[in-house]
Design a protein around this ligand. Structure first.
Ligand code: PGA
Length: 261
């Protein structure tokens, strides 16, 4: 049993409208407030950018954190269409995903760019959640570990240990995202252990032991408990299943149950 406090993030991706996102926020808060989950688990929701302020407003006075799905690698200036991590912090955002596979593969974001985003987020005082994971081809070719280790190394490159001590990492095998296919708990544990050892080799064992590594990829209420029970799995990043408040709350409850009273 580790001392790491579990983290469960709801990544809403590009779904919903203004009224629907506010309603979902209220429903998540209501479902969680009937439990003691928030005493034991950090829960964040990551709405689409245009609705982030409204969702933040709905979260005021509640212990659920506001997260973003992405940020600019720059803090300010002539960067049309981008969103500065400083602006996100200004709106009360606590954490931000960087390097989600739908941006790595859909928008060709490189490890270098993701590293710059992570630095900018950290400089702005946000908690970066670095997303890593291999494609099916990379896995089938036996390269999963090398690919993921490289994503971790290049994502954290140049980050000092104070900043690195604050980040979280989400291991999300690309082939498991939104497909209904989940990695086995043995595979997930092995990958998380490997990610933790890469962090240890870049910094030290103590820091690696403190960093939260969460799993993402078709997590559902039915498989969350088994995945979260793995010793190096510190919670989850939830896509599709976070769009239903009761299901998301059940997943958060599974994370809570890993914490011994
Ligand atoms: P999924 O998405 O739960 O729908 O597979 C996870 C993610 O992309 O973070």
């Amino acid at each position: 049993m580790s001392n790491r406090r579990p983290l469960v993030g709801g990544n809403w991706k590009m779904n919903g409208d203004l009224a629907g996102c506010v309603e979902l926020t209220e429903d998540v808060v209501a479902a969680l407030s009937q439990t003691d989950v928030l005493d034991h688990v950090d829960v964040s929701i990551h709405p689409p950018f245009p609705y982030i302020q409204a969702v933040g407003h709905a979260l005021k006075h509640h212990a659920v954190d506001l997260g973003a799905q992405d940020c600019s690698p720059k803090l300010e200036g002539a960067y049309t269409g981008q969103t500065s991590p400083l602006m996100l912090a200004d709106l009360g955002t606590l954490s931000v995903l960087v390097g989600h596979s739908e941006r790595r593969h859909g928008l060709e974001e490189s490890n270098g760019l993701i590293g710059q985003k992570l630095h900018a987020a950290s400089e702005a005082g946000l908690i970066p959640i670095l997303c890593v994971g291999e494609t099916k081809e990379e896995r089938d070719g036996g390269n999963a570990h090398d690919v993921v280790a490289k994503q971790v190394r290049e994502g954290l490159d140049g980050l000092d240990s104070t900043a690195a001590g604050v980040i979280s990492i989400a291991y999300e095998p690309v082939w498991a995202i939104g497909t209904g296919e989940t990695a086995t708990s043995e595979d997930v544990q092995e990958a998380h252990q490997m990610v933790r050892s890469v962090v240890g080799s870049m910094y030290d064992v103590e820091l690696a032991e403190a960093v939260r590594i969460i799993y993402g990829g078709s997590v559902k209420a039915a498989n969350a408990a088994e995945l979260f029970a793995c010793p190096d799995v510190d919670g989850g990043l939830i896509g599709g299943a976070s769009l239903d408040a009761r299901t998301f709350a059940a997943i958060c409850l599974a994370a809570r149950e890993t914490v011994v009273a």
